[in-house]
Design a protein around this ligand. Structure first.
Ligand code: UTP
Length: 277
């Protein structure tokens, strides 16, 4: 399967309950780190990896995401010719360069189910997935760009991983595997949110994936797993059994902006980066 990665899927239908009440009427993905919503950072990462087709799985109450990636004539008319115009430069470039398509997940049955809902937007080609609440930054190539470079060599599914403290394994999908080159593992096992005592390693999957399209057929057969949700980890394990999943220790920083602590760390990090310039 030598197809190029052209599309990035953003599952963004989750309730974001850890951020209530902020997420009662505002999508979690629209919470800003400094002045940019989380999902815009994700779209910029995809764009810098050479992807210009964004496919977003939304849900009820998430319409602000669609409005964000659209023109706002009244506002733009208001600020045209003022010093504030530059604040819109990045989003204007995104709107000009990318296409966006949306589909809704009607019942929130988990990340695997959200990805399957995106099948209609992706079709039969390999694709990237970004969970916008995992905010990544790197001095050089972004995490997705690093993964696409690997995909072009290996042509199989790839998950980004990070070593986490042992006591945190219950928050992540955790992998085990053989290291085939520095920082790259062929996955032999995956467990969703294991207790530290049951975790095969402390190598946790973060919110960046490259998936081959056979994942959709596997997801259709995947029964609800941990937490009663359809888990992408369970579907990936089926691919891993065929030796078709790699796990990559990415270069860069990751902030779990789905948690208050991670969100505050990201805000401090980007603020320091801005003020150090
Ligand atoms: P999370 O596990 O962070 O869940 O989902 P959540 O609902 O967003 O947040 P909390 O835990 O209630 O605070 C991981 C990613 O999967 C998406 C979320 O939008 C997020 O990007 N997701 C999850 C869906 O799109 N649909 C689902 O049914 C579940």
């Amino acid at each position: 399967m030598n197809q190029k990665i052209r599309k990035c899927l953003f599952p963004a239908a989750g309730y974001g309950t850890r951020f209530l009440p902020a997420t009662k009427a505002t999508p979690k993905e629209m919470l800003p780190v400094l002045t940019k919503p989380l999902i815009q950072y994700g779209v910029e990462e995809a764009l810098s990896a050479g992807i210009d087709t964004m496919a977003i799985v939304t849900g009820r109450g998430k319409r602000a995401i669609e409005d964000h990636f659209d023109r706002s004539y009244e506002l733009e008319h208001q600020i045209d010719g003022t010093s504030k115009e530059t604040l819109m430069d990045e989003i204007r470039t995104i709107i000009k360069t990318c296409t966006f398509s949306y589909t809704r997940q009607i019942e929130m049955k988990g990340l695997g189910h959200a990805i399957l809902t995106g099948e209609t937007l992706i079709g039969q080609e390999p694709f990237a997935v970004i969970l916008a609440d995992d905010l990544c930054d790197n001095e050089h190539d972004g995490v997705l760009a690093q993964m696409i470079e690997l995909y072009e060599k290996h042509h199989c599914s790839i998950v980004a991983i990070e070593e986490v403290p042992n006591e945190d394994t219950h928050k992540y999908g955790v992998i085990a595997g053989e290291e085939i080159e520095a920082g790259l593992y062929r996955v032999s096992d995956m467990v969703e949110k294991p207790d530290p005592k049951d975790a095969p390693t402390n190598m946790a999957i973060i919110g960046r994936y490259i998936l081959t399209p056979d994942i959709f057929e596997i997801l259709k057969m995947t029964r609800p797993g941990k937490g009663g949700e359809i888990q992408i980890t369970d579907a990936l394990l089926e691919q891993a059994k065929q030796g078709n999943v790699l796990a990559y220790k990415f270069q860069g920083q990751r902030f779990d902006c789905g948690s208050v602590d991670g969100f505050v760390s990201a805000t401090n990090y980007f603020y320091n980066k801005l003020t150090e310039k």
